[in-house]
Write a protein that binds this ligand. Structure first.
Ligand code: DC
Length: 227
């Protein structure tokens, strides 16, 4: 039996690390839903779309095609915006500064959620994000909600971004994470919140291996459960 695993939680909690590990172990598809919102933001910025205008957003979305393709070299699925691999450009702080505003737009969410649900039609998928267990797959067999203390998250994200851009500062990262957490959890349409049936995983004091073992145990429990 193939199941759907959702991993939601605050920014920079390690959701994608866990999701990738689980997908690899289970031979499932991994989809980073945040990458979709980031790719849409990139499109809007490049094309000077005024996203405060619903009409303009609707029109712009007609020109957006998002696909995920598996890269044999990196052994990861990577995101493509209108045929271009944007997996790396979308991680930039310039995108991170605008993505929560774009992700709060009703039309954008409708567009992204429809695409996400399509990808999960055959199950056998691990998807991470903010509303996957509440809105995208409310009937998912396993829902994990990840949390970690603020300073730990800032430190982790700083290390990740510093490798690519040594000019980035801790202060910038802290401000960005706090702003995104606030907007993501206070927006009107499917705000970030723990689904009632989600299991909380606080990884503040866990190693990657410990967190993976914990999640794998949850998967095994679900898979043993009679349908
Ligand atoms: O996971 P991430 O940090 O790459 O996500 C980028 C932004 O996209 C995040 O700040 C909020 C938004 N997002 C969302 O609203 N819903 C999702 N399912 C995933 C991400």
């Amino acid at each position: 039996m193939a199941i759907i695993i959702t991993i939601d939680g605050w920014s920079a909690c390690g959701k994608s690390t866990l999701a990738k590990q689980l997908a690899k172990k289970l031979g499932y598809l991994y989809i980073d839903s945040g990458a979709m919102y980031r790719a849409i933001t990139l499109y809007f910025l490049r094309n000077h779309v005024d996203w405060t205008e619903a009409k303009e957003v609707k029109q712009a979305l007609k020109n957006v095609t998002i696909e995920f393709n598996f890269n044999d070299k990196t052994q990861q699925s990577e995101i493509y915006l209108n045929g271009e691999n944007v997996e790396y450009v979308i991680r930039d702080l310039v995108i991170a500064e605008k993505v929560s505003d774009v992700a709060a737009i009703k039309e954008v969410r409708k567009f992204a959620v429809a695409r996400q649900q399509k990808l999960g039609e055959k199950k056998g998928i691990v998807m991470d994000g903010r509303d996957i267990g509440t809105t995208v797959f409310p009937k998912a067999e396993l829902k994990i909600f990840m949390v970690a203390d603020g300073p730990v998250r800032v430190e982790r994200r700083f290390k990740e971004l510093f490798e690519k851009n040594p000019n980035v500062t801790i202060e910038e990262i802290k401000t960005n994470l706090e702003m995104r957490d606030y907007i993501d959890s206070h927006r009107e349409v499917s705000p970030l919140r723990k689904a009632d049936d989600a299991i909380e995983l606080d990884n503040t004091h866990l190693t990657e291996k410990e967190q993976f073992d914990f999640a794998l145990q949850l998967v095994r429990k679900v898979l043993k459960r009679p349908e």
